[in-house]
Design a binder for this molecule. Sequence first.
Ligand code: PEP
Ligand code: MN
Length: 353
Amino acid sequence: MRGTAHFTSAMILPKATRLAPEQLTEVTGIVTEFGCKIQPIVGAMRTIYAIVGDEREELMINRLEGLDYIDRIDRIQSPFKLMDKRSDLASHRITIGGVTLGEELFVIAGACTIDPKNPNYFYETAAAVKESGANALRGGVWKPRTNPYSFQGDVKSLDILMEASRRTGLPVDTEVMEEAHISLALDAGVHTLQIGARNALNYSLLRAVGKAIAERDNVVLLKRSIHMGPLSEFISAAEYIAAFGNPNVMLCPRGTTPTLDGYRNHPDESITPLLKEKTWAPVVVDPSHSVGKATYVPAAALAAVAYGADGLCLEAHVEPTKGIGDDPKQALTPEVLRKTIAQARQLWAIRQG
Ligand code: PEP
Ligand code: MN
């Protein structure tokens, strides 16, 4: 059944944390009579079962509701049924590198782009990221570049990323831009797959990522597209991934099309409380791409935490001027990274009080 997800607006909630195999067989038998299928969605607390197909058949719903091991059939009208704050998955928690999002500020930091010719910069950056108290390491292997003649990334950097992960013990995040990258990254041991701003509306890629992580504990960091308007468009993109069975999707505002002359993008950390009214998904803000200049990043990072962000994604480099990609302009030095994370954690603590 995995890999066949379609949107649905009905979820079967069992009384227990999951259906026993014979119960799943019975439920599947009923929905099959009505031309539907079952897609399990594995939450941290319990598994719920999406009815895939035309779930409006009252007779089917009545028969399912009549089963003594079924708690209820959830029919919330929402374009993002799984990611909706009213979904049963609202109690789902995402854990990365021992940190459960929502319980403490989650920080991913590292280079925009790994330089395969100078791996030591990345190893030293990784050590500084670890030392700064970040929870995960980022490093770009494949890069979406505005200019086709700019460095596009190199698969060799995947080995460098994983070596840095081994040296630091940190889980790693990297962007996948096409289907072929997904299995390469997962097979290498990448924990968090990043969908970039340019691909956040690429529904075939979102589906491919959803399928690939369906039976794994991997997480997706979904950037907000530069072109996304309504928040429902952003949350629905996450729903594309979750609909295949793994709801581990973090939403990452990273600035939209510039309407300011000064910042690289229009900073959008202020959408955090609005997202939180609609979805349970953790919000991990990327101030680096938002403002696009290292000197502006610490203030934008703190603003994101003030607005209620669950985490931050920060570009950092041991020697930014020697970096490639975005690093010369927007990477934080180890010293600024350390200070920014420490202040962000203080602000987080104030927010809890
Ligand atoms: C990045 O994280 O380096 C990146 C390219 O991000 P975005 O997709 O937000 O531009
Ligand atoms: Mn970048």
